[in-house]
Design a protein around this ligand. Structure first.
Ligand SMILES: Nc1ncnc2c1ncn2[C@@H]1O[C@H](COP(=O)(O)OP(=O)(O)OP(=O)(O)O)[C@@H](O)[C@H]1O
Length: 254
């Protein structure tokens, strides 16, 4: 399997605290991966390092075989077009229409006429499951679940091969969260996307994830299906899965 994300021996210190202490992981094309770990273990920081927003003190990060932290500005621009990111808060522009929010990456990274960008944006909105009348609204006129879908549509604007999502279901009610999970899996399967998401949501793990990577104490504690990880003798991981056991059985076979 082609490697899409490669993280090797990453060391991160922030504010005098060691966050990552020689962290390594890799993700293959087409995998739907969840990164989990206790609060403050450095999941979001790692995500920012992988997408080139924060530089680790040591180690190597590669996307599609290109070193992120040795890339020239031109190489980074090419890389940025190959991945989309959905940040935790959606980071939508409140003053722009939904359609222009989604068209913004097309305005910025392509020479297409603005009307064409908007037409493509409408297609992405439909792909993200939004009704046509959402396009001309402002983000504030939509529900939280719909705003997430707008942010997803924007992350898909440039037809990425790789999608990063930071806590995609946080702030959603359980029904919207499960619908959003299903949408991510559908898009991954339909478009051949590789998905790397950070989550605390056990239902997401049980329903749509191929492989879970667990961060603990600055390193990868383990990686595998939920069933495989249940055998790891780690207090945080055991407590995490116990929370699910109290809620009932998993909805999916892994
Ligand atoms: N820019 C920064 N400067 C200093 N410390 C930071 C910075 N960004 C993050 N941190 C610290 O790094 C640690 C890891 O943060 P991070 O947000 O990656 O954790 P996380 O695993 O995503 O946590 P959570 O599950 O609670 O979202 C935290 O202790 C955080 O306070």
């Amino acid at each position: 399997m082609e490697t899409v994300i490669e993280v090797r021996d990453v060391v991160t210190t922030l504010g005098g605290h060691g966050i990552h202490r020689g962290l390594s992981l890799s993700v293959g094309r087409g995998e739907v991966i969840a990164l989990i770990g206790g609060s403050g273990t450095g999941k979001s920081v790692l995500l920012r390092e992988i997408i080139g927003l924060l530089k680790p003190q040591a180690g190597r990060v590669e996307l599609f075989g290109q070193s992120v932290w040795d890339a020239t500005a031109d190489q980074m621009n090419v890389l940025r077009r190959r991945f989309g990111v959905l940040f935790q808060d959606g980071a939508l522009f409140s003053s722009l229409s939904v359609e222009d929010n989604v068209a913004t990456p097309l305005f910025e990274h392509t020479a297409l006429p603005r009307a064409t960008c908007r037409r493509l944006a409408r297609l992405k909105l439909a792909l993200a499951g939004l009704p046509p009348d959402a396009a001309t609204k402002r983000p504030s006129e939509l529900s939280g679940g719909m705003r997430k879908r707008v942010a997803l549509a924007r992350a898909l604007a440039l037809d990425p091969e790789l999608l990063f999502l930071d806590e995609p279901t946080s702030g959603l009610d359980p029904i919207s969260a499960r619908a959003f999970d299903a949408l991510i899996r559908l898009l991954a399967d339909s478009l051949g996307l590789t998905v790397f998401l950070v989550t605390h949501d056990l239902d997401t793990l049980f329903s749509i994830i191929d492989r879970v990577i667990v961060l603990s104490d600055g390193r990868v504690l383990g990686s595998g299906t939920v069933a495989e990880l249940k055998h790891i003798d780690d207090p945080w991981l055991q407590a995490y899965f116990a929370a699910r056991a109290h809620e009932g059985e998993p909805s999916h076979g892994n």
